[in-house]
Design a protein around this ligand. Structure first.
Ligand SMILES: NC(=O)c1ccc[n+]([C@@H]2O[C@H](COP(=O)([O-])OP(=O)(O)OC[C@H]3O[C@@H](n4cnc5c(N)ncnc54)[C@H](O)[C@@H]3O)[C@@H](O)[C@H]2O)c1
Length: 428
């Protein structure tokens, strides 16, 4: 009989970060330092002619770097759209990549870099059980990520998420080697974000931070049998807690102003910092149920079309699909770790001095619901087109998301997930 041993160490990895208004202009200098001569610059069609893309191309060319623009990234990418970018990357013999856009663009650039550098069949590197989760064989070409949303933190993470069309579910590729060598976090690049994009991406930051703070602690996860198999998402740890806590404070103080006042430079800069802080936190600690449950929510969209998203098909934006599950989840998980959930509520500005442990879930959920209302979110899954009849399929789509669901501090099997989706139908 073998006895399970628990993990007794963790790693903290992050991309190098350059922060500040106007810093995009330095991308040519930064790429040149890696000795790169020919770069694929990726963006989405809506941003193709935007100032961040133009500044990036000019800056690269000013350093004699041959910069080729690919502007066909799909917003909320799919396996098909990843494959298109991979084909272009593989044919172009690039020795570096720059992503200018939101999480959709940064994730697509990671996949293009991976498969062009280490060609393999598509499912090889995709998370199990959907793919084979083979480790990335080595170092990738330098990728510099320039976010234009204050959200995903993808500039600091080794994760690339896509919609696996035939299964109607999102999954991803997760490995440290995917992490960009550098993130240029330039608040000027989010000035043109429509309010709904600012809200969804900002609430993604909020959930990243709370999920990594409340994730199963790393030392309660089974140990990997060799260091190379230690997952990118390792559970809460004392260092990720610091990043996530600071991110929560920044989000609570800035998100409403950043959504309602696009010209408020201070609020937008603070939201960008928060996104990067949260990315460093969750990029090592991981996320859990709100994200795991969000993947079928996004994948099973029927007719919902949010304003502000320049796409010609129904979508439930990532941050929206996450936050719609969050209050139900934290009411559920607070029971096993009320102190952590109260901490999160306190960091969001709730007066928790007289709170009892049994109040933790409700206090945190109420704070989230207040922020959802203030940023124009729908009132639960019903408002984006789901009914009780969809719950079985939503559960089915969540169960394969082991990579994240197993980090829930309170285990959730089919029955628990079923109740969580029902609880997320309507909030107010
Ligand atoms: N890799 C990770 O660690 C990670 C983490 C969280 C989410 N994600 C993924 O990231 C994606 C979501 O990314 P996102 O929320 O950043 O949004 P996005 O990249 O999907 O973009 C959303 C919309 O906003 C527009 N947009 C972006 N920046 C803009 C700007 N400055 N001005 C005007 N319009 C702008 C885009 O054109 C698009 O229409 C999802 O696929 C999600 O699964 C990845």
């Amino acid at each position: 009989m073998t006895t399970m041993t628990f993990e007794h160490g963790f790693t903290m990895d992050a991309s190098s970060i350059k922060f500040g208004a106007g810093m995009t202009r330095e991308v040519g200098y930064d790429m040149a330092r890696y000795g790169v001569k020919r770069v694929l610059v990726l963006t989405d069609p809506h941003l193709a002619d935007s100032p961040p893309v133009r500044v990036t191309l000019d800056a690269l060319r000013a350093h004699s770097i041959d910069a080729v623009l690919y502007s066909e990234v799909r917003v909320e990418p799919s396996d098909l759209s990843f494959k298109d970018a991979i084909r272009v990357a593989a044919e172009g013999a690039f020795d570096g990549y720059v992503a200018v856009g939101g999480g959709s663009v940064m994730d697509t650039a990671k996949a293009a870099n991976l498969y062009a550098t280490y060609p393999n069949d598509f499912l090889a590197y995709v998370n199990a059980p959907i793919g084979r989760a083979e480790p990335v064989p080595g170092v990738l070409k330098p990728l510099i990520a320039i976010p234009t949303t204050a959200g995903t933190g993808s500039e600091t993470t080794g994760v690339a998420i896509f919609d696996f069309l035939e299964m109607h579910v999102k999954t991803g590729i997760a490995h440290r080697a995917l992490r960009p060598v550098m993130g240029i976090v330039d608040p000027d690049n989010t000035r043109s974000m429509p309010p709904m994009v600012a809200a969804c991406s900002g609430l993604d930051v909020l959930s990243h931070a709370i999920e990594s703070l409340t994730a199963l602690p790393y030392h309660r996860r089974p140990a990997a049998d060799d260091p190379g198999k230690r997952p990118a998402y390792q559970g809460a740890n004392p260092i990720s807690d610091i990043w996530a806590s600071k991110a929560l404070e920044l989000v609570s103080q800035n998100i409403v102003r950043a959504v309602q006042e696009p010209n408020n430079d201070e609020a937008r800069a603070n939201m960008m910092l928060a996104a990067t802080y949260a990315g460093i936190g969750f990029g090592n600690a991981g996320v859990h149920l709100p994200h795991g449950m969000s993947y079928p929510v996004s994948g099973m969209v029927r007719s919902f079309r949010p304003e502000g998203y320049a796409v010609d098909r129904p979508i439930i934006p990532h941050g929206m699909s996450v936050i719609l599950n969050a209050p139900a989840v934290f009411r559920f998980t607070a029971l096993v770790d009320p102190a952590r959930h109260l901490d999160c509520a306190r960091l969001l500005g709730v007066d928790t001095r007289d709170a009892r442990p049994e109040d933790a879930g409700e206090l945190l959920a109420a704070a989230l619901i207040q922020m959802m209302k203030a940023t124009g979110m729908p009132n639960g899954l019903k408002d984006v087109g789901f009914t009780e009849a969809d719950v079985d399929r939503l559960v089915e789509g969540t169960l394969p998301q082991h990579r994240v669901t197993k980090l829930s501090p309170r285990p959730a099997g089919s029955e628990e997930l079923r109740q969580l989706f029902l609880d997320a139908m309507t909030y107010w």
